[in-house]
Design a protein around this ligand. Structure first.
Ligand SMILES: [Zn+2]
Length: 371
């Protein structure tokens, strides 16, 4: 049974990682997720921004839950087509510039019409010593897709505004680990699908609105319209939690890849965003209690520099009790992010057991938590 879950999560995550879906262009991912939900017998609806929503009815007396993961990914947008057929791009999302040169990319034009290219890296033989350790700003980079004129680029369907993503790929690493494009957040989309599969069979459960959200990597606010429509009492967001078990990350925390699911106790991002999430104490207690009862390790994360669309969802209506749960992940926002399938399976079990504990008596009253 457990092995079935891990196998399904591996297959689903892999399949979802291979679908291009830049923020604002989530259509192909949404179509696939909607088909998966339809296969589970769940009706779906899509709001005007593109959020995909399915509701699983539960105990009407219990607080309602919005369980969500974002289906978009970061990438690039065509900014200028040079006369010689090389293509300049703009960033969409927090793209790490030092990880861009020599990467393969995909111009996402339409199913069967996508075009591969590569982000050029200056020939090493012509690189001066002082250039060797310099990170090129994205504006100095260009994409070579093999065309030798602007007319040829346009004729292939690439124009200003065309979305570009890392060329989708998945590598199976040792053990149960996967590397590839957009583990963030397709791995969590796979977990949400597994919850949608199992939840209808649970005797005790609250009403759960499944949401696959848009625009997270772009402006963090795509999920807000879904939350405004659903007005949930509780919001649970699933995303990566930074693994800190590599030499460059050890001072940042204590999250181990393969060490089990994790929850964020504190997130914040300044520099204009000025938002973050401090989880509702009832939800921290719920998942601590659930993890102990299920003999699952629940890792803890608290740091600034990152946040999710949950930060905006929590501000809807009279306030939504919120928590970020997730899976440890290495090398965020690079073309090869790494996760461990065992962590995804642990996260699925934690969520199912946790949701089953949200009944009519579940107390979200802040005064019940005097700290
Ligand atoms: Zn994410």
């Amino acid at each position: 049974m457990a092995d079935d879950l891990a196998t399904r999560l591996r297959n689903l995550t892999t399949e979802l990682m291979l679908i291009p879906g830049l923020s604002g262009y989530e259509g192909r991912v949404r179509k696939r997720l909607a088909a998966e939900l339809a296969g589970l017998g769940l009706a779906t609806r899509t709001d005007r921004l593109g959020n995909l929503i399915a509701t699983i009815e539960g105990d009407a007396g219990a607080p309602s839950v919005m369980l969500f993961a974002h289906m978009d990914q970061l990438g690039l947008v065509v900014r200028k087509i040079e006369a010689n057929g090389l293509v300049r791009v703009e960033r969409l999302g927090r793209v790490p510039e030092k990880a861009l040169p020599a990467q393969a990319v995909l111009f996402s034009i339409g199913e069967g019409r996508d075009i591969v290219g590569l982000i050029a890296n200056k020939s090493h033989h012509a690189t001066a010593p002082d250039e060797k350790y310099r990170v090129l700003p994205y504006a100095e980079l260009y994409i070579d897709a093999g065309f030798d004129s602007a007319a040829a680029v346009l004729a292939a369907g690439i124009d200003i505004g065309t979305p570009v993503v890392y060329r989708p790929q998945v590598l199976s690493l040792a053990g149960n680990r996967l590397a590839g494009t957009s583990v963030d957040d397709r791995a969590a989309c796979a977990v949400v699908l597994e919850i949608a599969r199992a939840l209808p069979g649970l005797r005790h459960k609250p009403t759960v609105h499944i949401v696959f959200s848009v625009l997270e990597e772009y402006n963090l606010r795509g999920a807000v319209t879904a939350a405004q429509m659903l007005v949930p009492d509780i919001a649970i967001q699933l995303d990566l939690i930074l693994a800190t078990d590599t030499p460059d990350m050890t001072a940042r925390g204590d999250v181990r890849l393969g060490g089990g699911p994790a929850m964020s106790l504190y997130s914040f991002h300044g520099r204009g965003t000025l938002n973050g999430t401090i989880p509702h104490p009832a939800l921290v207690e719920l998942f601590n209690t659930t993890a102990a009862a299920e003999h699952l390790t629940l890792q803890r994360s608290a740091h600034v520099g990152a946040l999710t669309d949950l930060s905006y969802v929590q501000l809807v209506g009279q306030g939504v009790a919120a928590i970020d749960l997730g899976f440890p992940m290495r090398y965020s926002h690079s073309a090869l992010e790494v996760c461990d399938i065992d962590d995804l399976a642990g996260l699925t079990r934690l969520l199912l057991a946790g949701l089953a504990r949200i009944g009519p008596d579940f107390n979200l009253d802040r005064d019940a938590f005097p700290q």
